[in-house]
Ligand binder design. Sequence first.
Ligand SMILES: Cc1cc2nc3c(=O)[nH]c(=O)nc-3n(C[C@H](O)[C@H](O)[C@H](O)COP(=O)(O)O)c2cc1C
Ligand code: SF4
Length: 349
Amino acid sequence: MQKIIFETFEAHNFKAKNRLVRSATWENIATPEGGICENSYALYNELASGGIGTIITGFTSVDAHDQYFGGMMRLCSDTLIPEYRKLTDTIKKHEVFVITQLALGAYYTKTQDGVYMEVDIDYMTKAQISEVVNMFVEAGRRASEAGFDGIQIHAAHFFFLSRFISPAVNHRTDEYGGSNRGRARILIEILHGLKNVAPGLHLTIKINSSDFLPGGLTQSDSLEICKLLAEEGIDSIEVSGNGTSRAGIRSDNDEAYFGDFAERLAEEVDVPVILVGGLRSKNVMEDILNNSKIELLSLSRPLIRQPELPELLKENKTDKADCISCNACYRTDGHTCIFVPKPRWLCGN
Ligand SMILES: Cc1cc2nc3c(=O)[nH]c(=O)nc-3n(C[C@H](O)[C@H](O)[C@H](O)COP(=O)(O)O)c2cc1C
Ligand code: SF4
């Protein structure tokens, strides 16, 4: 049966009005404690009113001491739950399925001098690994209490979990290293913990198809880990990779740059595969849906420039995103598009 972009899609604990997903996009505007600033409500309201089916929020740290990036949202304290509840209410008003992306940039511990220092994965104690698992699970509980419909484990782009599963970084010789199964043990423990605290939520993961690094995670490593996750009960898998936001996408051939791996993965697992990376044209997206088992299509930069893009595509008012993949948005305040003179959500605040 033909798959179309603008049709309802259902999966385990998941229902969205179409197959388009806003891929997690860090806005760099949260408070130092990880609270939601007023601009974020306006930004997410604008995104949610543009016709997207599912929104994955920007990465949200599980740890109060994570200093990996600035302006990160955090779900590290119960006191933050009301702000996140307001965020999910804002998004769900538009009948959009909302997923939080839980992440850890790096694991930090307090030294005797009272400063927080990053701990090398190879030197983490098992108690510290359990603490990380627990931080993800506790953040998942808060996400459930805040009204999120789903949780995404961020295990891509060389964030902490992505480094943990990478043979280029993890040289441990205990049960948390040594093989794909060993390095992925932390993911399975987090997944099982999340299932316990948030049984009604859709649990997804974003993972590198490859690290594209000598000695790093290869496609066959990633495939093996994804199959393991599917066996252990992950509900869907978003395929990405290092070299995340490729610049200079001009032609159809430049689009969907992780597509080959995602297609292969979709043949081998029986959970929905979400493809991200360079999707720009409606015809390319339709082609992927109908010539592979990929179920969902995820976009980041096109929605920074045009939050209303899904609606424009649906109404056939355009057939391609305006985003030229220049990556200048990575360097602007609030990660806005340089071609949008004054984003509405930045006005008046
Ligand atoms: C400003 C910016 C922030 C991003 N923040 C995140 C993030 O929080 N979590 C994540 O997994 N990926 C993040 N990404 C990567 C995107 O989700 C996406 O994987 C990548 O940009 C490729 O998709 P695109 O071609 O549709 O932009 C970010 C990308 C941009 C441009
Ligand atoms: S600055 Fe604008 S056009 Fe350039 S990549 Fe970002 S959203 Fe796309």
